[in-house]
Design a protein. Structure first.
Length: 384
């Protein structure tokens, strides 16, 4: 990729695609992680006296203006965290934006309005991209988490201006490439989440590279049922049973499945729970977390690893009664002195209070999965 360090930015108008798609509740940001990961690139540009113009999406407004998805609260929070005034315009193209950019001085930052208020963004419309390009001298893409989308701001724009990857984009690609291409053995992969179908590409790409594949979460029950076990009301993808069975046959003892689970009649905070072996799940119960024997088994396996990749919670961890598995594995990976790479999405949320304990925590849920599947991401290929 073309890198930020190789781009002449001093005094230039630099358009930076960031991912400020943060969780907002009543206008307040619940998690600053994605904001903070953009700061190395922003600070570098400020040190070079660049005129920094930030662009991002927020939510899914479907090409129309949605007031609750405006970026004004984000601008205020970035200003607090960066400890520097942030200018904000409630549009991303047009005369008002052009005037704001013209008034921007070296070392100042401007945040434009939600890109997805315009249908041209998600349609990868070249005309929309040209309007964005008209206000800048060069372009930096630092939004890895949106790199799997061929949108105007992640793909078309990179072909209209001198462009490069920001520091976060570079770190994401380097970290994920390293865990695929040259993992230090033993290499352990931990996969969770609800569906096998979401992880098939990752499994197929990593199964021959990994020494062990530890499977938990809802997806484990499809594998357990493929072994002929009764799984009660647990989540199962019946259309993936054949795949699960063939993978188990192919991979043999490389795959480690749960030995026991925490089960309940339904997913609720006050549901009565039982701990049962995977051969003894009652017909009226569903598995909602890995059990203590499984935790012990997984922790022992991980203790011998020199490289670990983890994507997907091991249970319904948002509910305290079903969080022990996810947090126990989180802590075990945090203690590992080797290379530890955490996938984005729910997995990143599970480690949000101990981010510094891992080699890399990805900001990209879908993007990191597609990258680990071996697929080419439009936002990355546009920078080659």
């Amino acid at each position: 990729m073309r890198l930020l360090q190789d781009l002449e930015v001093s005094g230039k108008r630099v358009l930076v695609r960031v991912d400020f798609n943060v969780p907002l509740v009543d206008g307040k940001i619940e998690d600053d992680y994605r904001l903070l990961t953009a700061f190395p690139t922003i600070n570098y540009l400020l040190e070079k006296s660049a005129r920094v113009i930030l662009i991002s999406h927020l939510g899914r407004p479907d090409g129309r203006v949605v007031d609750k998805l405006r970026l004004a609260p984000v601008a205020r929070r970035v200003e607090e965290l960066l400890d520097k005034p942030i200018k904000y315009v409630d549009d991303c193209i047009g005369p008002m934006v052009q005037d704001a950019v013209s008034a921007l001085k070296p070392g100042e930052v401007l945040l434009l309005e939600n890109l997805r208020f315009y249908p041209g963004e998600e349609k990868n419309d070249e005309g929309f991209a040209k309007q964005l390009a008209s206000i800048a001298d060069c372009f930096v893409n630092d939004a890895f988490s949106a790199a799997h989308r061929a949108h105007a701001s992640t793909f078309a724009l990179a072909h209209l201006l001198p462009s490069a990857a920001g520091f976060l984009m570079q770190k994401e690609v380097d970290s994920l490439s390293g865990i695929i291409a040259k993992p230090q053995p033993p290499f352990m992969v931990v996969l969770g989440g609800s569906k096998v179908s979401d992880k098939i590409g990752v499994i197929d790409n990593l199964i021959d590279r990994a020494d062990r594949l530890l499977i938990g979460g809802g997806m484990a029950f499809t594998f357990l049922k493929a072994q002929g076990k009764e799984v009660g009301k647990s989540l199962v993808e019946n259309d993936r049973l054949e795949y699960a069975a063939s993978l188990l046959k192919r991979a043999g003892d490389k795959i480690i499945l749960p030995l026991d689970v925490i089960a309940a009649p339904q997913l609720s905070a006050d549901a009565p729970t039982i701990t049962v072996g995977v051969d003894s799940i009652p017909f009226d119960q569903m598995g909602l977390d890995i059990g203590p024997l499984t935790i012990e088994k997984f922790v022992v396996e991980l203790s011998s690893a020199n490289s670990i990749f983890w994507n997907g919670p091991l249970g319904a961890f948002e509910t305290p009664a079903f969080s022990r598995g996810t947090y126990s594995i989180r802590d075990a990976i945090a203690k590992n002195p080797g290379t530890t790479v955490i996938g984005g999405g729910d997995t990143a949320a599970a480690v949000s209070d101990c981010l510094d304990l891992y080699t890399h925590v990805s900001t990209g849920g879908g993007a990191s999965l597609e990258f680990l599947e071996g697929r080419k991401l439009p936002g990355v290929t546009a920078l080659l």
